[in-house]
Design a protein around this ligand. Structure first.
Ligand SMILES: [Zn+2]
Length: 481
């Protein structure tokens, strides 16, 4: 029985031993520290590298559980073909040997351009002439990109009000914008030019006729339509009045111009009652001709009397002798033909003179005793025809009761003076003479143009205009032949 019992106990013993051993094994297995190896990149798998910059590889690390494995414990190589000068994607491949095991890691590096292009403008702000506001502005600039190089031709210009926006993108889409401010040169005010004279003389009671004005803005564009004209002229009350012309350009620059209107009392003649006044004798030679009517109109407008030393050079106009006489001017003989050959002899001169005086009589109803030598009494051209002839003619004519007039103010209109020169010659001559006998020609355009200003000056400055008559002071040159 004991043996049987023992047999049973042996079986149990081994069973128990087996259980214990298994339990130990399981416990050991469960309780031992577990080793976990990880090999990972430091930093992200995709990295961006600005062009031309150095790549600093953050590397990788190997860990066993929480422990970083020391570099001495493994070997590695890196395949690296990054070209930091060329945009693109590059792969870094890490080959790592650790514990006889090979690990491979990969990382993508994108070399990118993040630098904006640079626009260099030669002038900012840029100043332009204000009249060129509407026209294109040529800016000088360059655009350079660190990767694309010179990209000036890719710059776009957008004109805003007072600036130009320059913009350019490089091939990577980096955008640069530069605003160029526009400044304008100072604007010139408009200019007003009066039609007619700045001083207008008006007989009391006569109608004031507005002649108007021209205006241009500072850029030369006509703005005639915008002129505002105002005046307080009372033609029934003698005095000085102002006509005001005002105009504004589109940008608000204004100009003002004034015209003076002198309303004067008409006392029957152009003479000034003051005896001491300076007298001006306007004389017109060589007509009647193409400008005679215009000159007569101006004289009539101011009621100024003058003297015409007439010819028959232009028969088409000869009828104007009548008008000259009717309007109170003196019609005197110059010459029928105005040819130097009349100086051949006293007789040839007298024939020419008398023929002209016949015409004067025909048109004016009376002969004249007044005359002017062609070329003046001092002319020397006559020497070519006859020696001493002017002297002989002078003696003969004086004996016959004729009176000749030279001049002491030469407008130089026959010598080609322009309007301003004629005006200046006459005005300065008038100023220096108590009795000015002014040589002009009613066949000269610039004479007609200058006349109104001359009269205006004279009337405004106390001169009296008179026609020559037999009582007038004679002005004689020395006779040279
Ligand atoms: Zn002449």
């Amino acid at each position: 029985m004991k043996m049987v019992q023992l047999g049973i106990n042996k079986y149990r013993f081994f069973l128990l031993l087996f259980v214990v051993i298994i339990s130990f094994g399981i416990s050991f297995f469960l309780l031992r520290e577990e080793e976990i190896i990880s090999v990972d990149l430091v930093g992200s798998e995709q990295q961006y590298l600005p062009l031309n910059s150095n790549y600093i590889d953050p590397g990788f690390k190997i860990m066993i559980n929480d422990r970083v494995v020391d570099e001495k414990e493994y070997n590695y190589t890196v395949d690296n073909d990054i070209n930091v000068k060329v945009l693109g994607d590059y792969e870094l491949v890490y080959h790592i040997n650790y514990n006889d095991e090979e690990f491979v890691l990969k990382r993508n590096i994108s070399v990118v351009d993040t630098t904006k292009p640079v626009i260099n403008v030669s002038k900012n702000p840029v100043e332009i002439y204000y009249c060129d506001k509407e026209s294109n502005i040529n800016l000088e600039y360059t655009a350079v990109d660190d990767y694309d190089g010179v990209i000036t031709d890719k710059v776009e210009e957008i004109r805003e009000n007072d600036r130009i926006i320059l913009s350019v993108s490089d091939s990577s889409g980096n955008l640069t914008e530069v605003a160029v401010e526009i400044t304008y040169t100072d604007e010139v005010p408009p200019i007003i030019e009066l039609v007619g004279n700045e001083v207008v003389y008006l007989k009391k009671g006569a109608e004031y006729v507005e002649q108007g004005a021209y205006a241009s803005d500072g850029c030369g564009k006509s703005i005639d339509e915008d002129i505002k004209i105002s005046h307080n002229v009372d033609v029934n009350v003698p005095g000085e009045y102002e006509v005001i012309y005002e105009v504004s350009s589109s940008t608000g620059k204004t100009a003002i111009k004034k015209r003076t209107v002198v309303v004067y009392e008409y006392n029957g003649a152009s003479t000034n009652p003051q005896q001491d006044d300076k007298v001006v004798y306007l004389t017109f030679d060589d007509g009647p001709g193409v400008y005679t009517e215009e000159i007569l109109d101006i004289l009539a407008k101011y009621n100024v009397k003058a003297t015409f030393f007439v010819t028959n050079q232009f028969p088409k106009y000869i009828h104007l002798l009548s008008r000259e006489a009717e309007e109170g001017h003196t019609v005197a003989v110059h010459t029928l033909t105005h040819k130097w050959s009349i100086y051949q002899s006293v007789e040839t001169y007298m024939k020419d003179f008398n023929d002209m005086n016949d015409i004067v009589q025909k048109y004016t109803g009376k002969r004249t005793r007044l005359f002017r030598f062609p070329g003046g009494s001092s002319n020397t051209v006559s020497k070519k025809y006859a020696s001493g002839v002017v002297s002989a003619i002078s003696d003969r004519m004086t004996k016959d009761g004729y009176i000749y007039f030279d001049w002491n103010v030469d407008s130089e209109d026959a010598a080609g003076a322009n309007k301003e020169q004629i005006y200046n010659n006459v005005i300065s001559g008038m100023k220096s003479k108590k009795n000015a006998v002014v040589l002009m020609h009613d066949i000269k355009k610039h004479t007609a143009e200058a006349l109104e200003d001359i009269i205006n000056y004279g009337l405004a400055n106390g001169y009296t205009f008179k026609a020559l008559d037999e009582m007038s002071p004679t002005v004689h040159h020395p006779i040279n032949n």
